[in-house]
Design a protein around this ligand. Structure first.
Ligand code: SF4
Length: 309
């Protein structure tokens, strides 16, 4: 399962990251619950941005935000985005279906859970893939990867269910689900306290860690995504979120998933960087200021034709 932590990762999380966060706590000033005063307070009341628009640095100058928000130019997602969408949907479907099966069937053996989860896998994946504007070859490859990921997730969840079930025979169903599948996926969040969209979706939250699944190349700026979600969660729940985790997903030539988890502290410099990015992109929208073409643009940017690169 992309979000299950190994025992070594848990040790590193508790003894390393969380310990460090307790020893050197983030100032109240940089917590999401301080959204009613600067610097966290949004500088404009009437502009809301997505986390992607603030944290994404694929367009260094922020012209993508200007084109979308000021010029009103919309572009369909590129193949890289569509691949990410499909793999996120697979994880969401398997986790949600696994929970539904256990809640409706009770304390089932892992083997039963796997069989039930695999029954619908091809149909669901086809339904996700069919409407997407991708070439036949891309769809075929993505289908193989999605199925491989689905199977991998199903086995991991089933193994966890068996492990928890066998050592906690008296445990109630709700507690069993909570321990065997200890994450909430695609949690909808209202980011409006921070000048962000009311329709945000964080990939997963588990044990107070904010997890973000990345299906392409890993970039250092991606820690801004987990930072943004942590600030929103703090604004909504008034409890600290100090650790983020980027989960990278790739595939072997045989289409087996390769998963790596990259923990990081959601420290003051990251929070400050996120808030500064938010303020700058809000300013671009408010002042309708074209920031110009970036020095380097990703070759698959959906706005390449508009910017002439
Ligand atoms: S083509 Fe370059 S400047 Fe234009 S939106 Fe894309 S990344 Fe930004």
């Amino acid at each position: 399962m992309v979000y299950y932590l190994s025992s070594n990762e848990k040790k590193r999380l508790f003894k390393g990251y969380l310990n460090k966060a307790r020893r050197d706590p983030v100032s109240d000033m940089w917590r999401g619950w301080s959204w009613d005063r600067p610097p966290v307070e949004p500088p404009y009341d009437d502009i809301t941005l997505s986390i992607y628009e603030v944290a994404g640095q694929y367009c260094e100058s922020g012209r993508d935000v200007y084109l979308r928000r000021v010029e009103g130019i919309r572009r369909p997602p590129n193949p890289r985005m569509l691949r990410g969408y499909v793999l996120h949907r697979v994880v969401e479907e398997v986790v949600t279906r696994a929970k539904v099966i256990v809640y409706s069937e009770g304390r089932v053996p892992g083997q039963f859970l796997i069989e039930r989860l695999m029954e619908d896998s091809k149909n669901v994946i086809n339904k996700i893939l069919d409407p997407l504007d991708l070439s036949k070859e891309s769809k075929e490859q993505l289908k193989r990867r999605a199925l491989s990921l689905w199977r991998f997730e199903a086995w991991q969840i089933a193994a966890s269910l068996d492990r928890v079930s066998s050592s906690h025979r008296e445990m109630g169903l709700d507690a069993l689900v909570n321990i065997a599948i200890p994450f909430v996926v695609e949690h909808k969040l209202d980011g409006s306290f921070l000048g962000l969209s009311g329709e945000l979706r964080v990939d997963a939250i588990s044990m107070g860690v904010v997890l973000d699944l990345k299906t392409g190349q890993k970039y250092p700026f991606q820690e801004l995504y987990t930072t943004g979600y942590a600030l929103v969660l703090e604004a909504l729940n008034e409890i600290p979120y100090d650790v983020g985790c980027l989960v990278t997903l790739d595939f072997t030539p045989q289409e087996s998933p390769i998963i790596k988890r990259w923990f990081h502290l959601i420290d003051e410099p990251l929070r400050q960087q996120f808030i500064e990015e938010r303020d700058e992109k809000m300013r671009i929208v408010a002042e309708q200021e074209d920031p110009g073409v970036s020095k380097s643009c990703p070759p698959d940017c959906p706005y390449s034709d508009v910017c002439g690169v």
